[in-house]
Design a protein around this ligand. Structure first.
Ligand code: ATP
Length: 599
């Protein structure tokens, strides 16, 4: 047997009036929206001639008894419509026969009026349709209502509606002149019709997206900068007009003058048909555009039922893309018209642009041409680097760059530090896009191939040293090489690449865990034993003297000392065995020095 759901009316009214919205203040927005929609419907839905729109509010002070009234000369409702529309939760006159929101109205859900129960226990509506009598409706927050013909002294002279709210105890402050004026200014100052509060019109001047006749470019810019300062709290780096025709959207994007946290979603101010929808709407722009804050008005994007955010649908997705395109266009224009200014923009917001460049060729070109990368021959853009050196050689890790940069520079090898976020991926992508571009990763292990071997005589001379060095370095888990290279001031170089460092970590961890884990870690370990390398520099006078020391014990102390110094220079962490080597060599050498200098 088919049945229909039963509804606990009190629960539904409570849910929709108290728990849907984040603040009771939105009751003003819902009332204003109904008044504007009722005015819009005049002539369209009732065929009557258009009249000068009027929306008037009387605050608690003006009515004298603390209640608030809002009157419009809109379309009004007949008795039958009151039953059907006002008194039926979820029924709205603003949807078409198929149930879709009608484009010309702001409302659509048929629940907005219930928000008034946040400030009042009862809602009174006096309404009149063109040519009909005025009717009085009383709705209560327990879900009950009465409807009766208005007495003679309450007949309205013209079609329209007046809503009266009596404050519930403790809620009086939301119906005062000050509160109501502020709320009208907040939500409704950009509406197409002026709203009168206690006889005073509340208007907000031109909206950011307006272009008042006679306003010059500089004047507009100053107005928008002042607006940004007031609303977002910063003076913008630049002001960009944005639009998305499909969404009936126009507005302005303000570029932040300071870095923004990419992890915090950018919040924008969104108006729907000129009524403030949300002060902190997210997902209006693509994620990479975290460097702007927008204020926009849209006629087509859909609000959520609470009317405090945008509904995520395909139109919002298309709008996001269209707005993203606008910002890209602005960046490209800047690169052509004012490269210096683009550079200062990139100094602050390079992360956003790089993120975009990972899947956008135009932005990739822009980053390659304008973003100065760190290299071991000074800051250079990727375009400058490749023009100068042909081969785009880079280190993908910051630590590796620090280790290798000075030595590589001394060998005449220019290297780009691609260790910062996105840089290595950008270089990879650049190579995919530009087939003629040659790139090469410089790894610690590869550097030795660029360091000159010794001649045969020198090799022979150091052979005894190498023989005794083995046990010392074996203890420290390191291989020894002797090469001749610049800078000659550097006695030794410790080379550890990422793979070797990983393998060493795995090995260290295996020794400390139980069998099961050791087996799992074992699967990560490579067959061959990777070892870091200590490269002694034969061109360094001190290293050369050490290499020919006759006494084995002194040779071992010096070698340990050079090993630890190379570790420290490369910013490598010291393991317990390294600290022991440092102590041993330092104290041993001091002991020797003291003994040697004693009378
Ligand atoms: N000032 C008014 N003049 C004429 N009709 C009104 C007025 N206020 C409300 N109504 C009628 O009551 C219906 C319900 O209003 P309510 O504010 O609850 O929902 P809505 O505006 O249709 O949609 P939403 O929930 O999205 O605001 C409206 O569709 C409209 O037909």
């Amino acid at each position: 047997m088919s049945q229909t759901f039963r509804v606990d009316l009190r629960g539904i009214v409570d849910l929709l009036s108290h728990h849907l919205y984040t603040s009771p203040q939105v009751y003003v927005r819902e009332l204003l929206q109904n008044a504007v929609d009722a005015i819009t419907a005049v002539g369209q839905d009732d065929g009557s001639p258009r009249r000068t729109p009027r929306i008037e509010i009387r605050s608690g002070e003006a009515t004298g008894d603390g209640s608030l009234t809002i009157s419009d000369n809109g379309i009004g409702l007949s008795e039958a419509q009151v039953h059907e529309l006002l008194a039926t939760i979820g029924r709205s006159s603003k949807r078409d026969d198929l149930g879709f929101a009608r484009h010309e109205f702001m409302g659509q859900f048929g629940i907005g009026l219930l928000s008034c129960f946040m400030v009042s226990d009862a809602i009174e509506v006096a309404t009149r349709r063109e040519g009909g009598p005025t009717v009085l409706w009383h709705g209560r927050s327990d879900g009950g209502y009465t409807l009766e013909p208005a007495p003679a002294d309450r007949q309205r002279p013209e079609a329209g509606t007046t809503v009266t709210l009596r404050p519930r105890p403790g809620g009086e402050h939301l119906l005062t002149r000050r509160a109501v004026t502020e709320l009208v200014a907040h939500y409704g100052a950009r509406l197409p019709h002026p709203v009168i509060v206690d006889g005073e019109p509340v208007t907000g001047g031109p909206a950011p997206w307006d272009r008042p006749e006679g306003e010059g470019a500089a004047e507009r810019r100053a107005r928008l900068e002042a607006y940004c300062e007031e609303v977002f709290g910063f003076t913008p780096f630049d002001v960009v007009d944005v639009a998305a025709a499909e969404a009936g959207l126009r507005g302005v994007a303000f570029v932040l003058p300071m870095p923004a946290n990419p992890a915090v979603p950018a919040a924008h101010r969104v108006y729907l048909k000129r009524m403030l929808l949300a002060e902190r709407a997210e997902r209006l722009l693509p994620e990479w555009a975290f460097f702007v804050r927008c204020v926009v008005d849209t006629t087509e994007l859909r609000p959520t039922a609470s009317r405090e955010a945008l509904y995520e649908d395909s139109l919002l997705e298309a709008t996001r893309e269209a707005l993203g395109d606008r910002l890209r266009g602005w960046l490209v224009r800047l690169s052509v018209q004012d490269p210096a200014r683009l550079r200062s923009f990139l100094r602050v917001h390079h992360l956003g642009v790089k993120a975009l460049a990972l899947h956008d060729d135009e932005m990739l070109r822009l980053v390659a041409e304008f973003w100065p990368m760190e290299t071991n021959v000074g800051p250079l853009t990727l375009a400058e680097f490749t023009a100068r050196y042909g081969l785009l050689r880079y280190t993908p890790l910051l630590d590796e760059f620090r280790q290798l940069a000075p030595v590589a520079a001394a060998q005449g090898l220019a290297v780009v530090n691609a260790g910062y976020v996105y840089d290595a991926e950008l270089i990879d992508r650049l190579a995919t896009v530009d087939r003629a571009l040659e790139t090469e990763q410089l790894r610690a292990a590869d550097l030795t191939t660029h360091l000159a071997r010794l001649d045969a005589a020198d090799e022979r001379a150091i052979a005894p040293f190498l023989a005794t060095a083995d046990p010392v370095l074996a203890r420290l888990g390191c291989d020894l090489l002797v090469r001749s290279f610049e800078p000659s001031g550097l006695p030794a170089l410790y080379l550890l690449d990422d793979d070797t460092a990983f393998q060493l970590d795995v090995r260290g961890a295996r020794e400390q865990v139980d069998e099961t884990w050791a087996a799992i870690l074992g699967s990560l370990q490579s067959e061959t034993e990777p070892r870091p390398r200590l490269v002694l520099n034969h061109r360094n006078p001190l290293a050369r003297q050490v290499l020919v020391l006759a006494e084995p014990e002194l040779r071992a102390l010096c070698l340990e000392g050079l090993y630890v110094q190379a570790l420290l220079l490369g910013h490598h962490p010291l393991r317990p065995a390294d600290t022991a080597a440092l102590n041993q060599s330092f104290l041993g050498l001091i002991g020797r020095a003291v003994a040697g200098g004693a009378p």
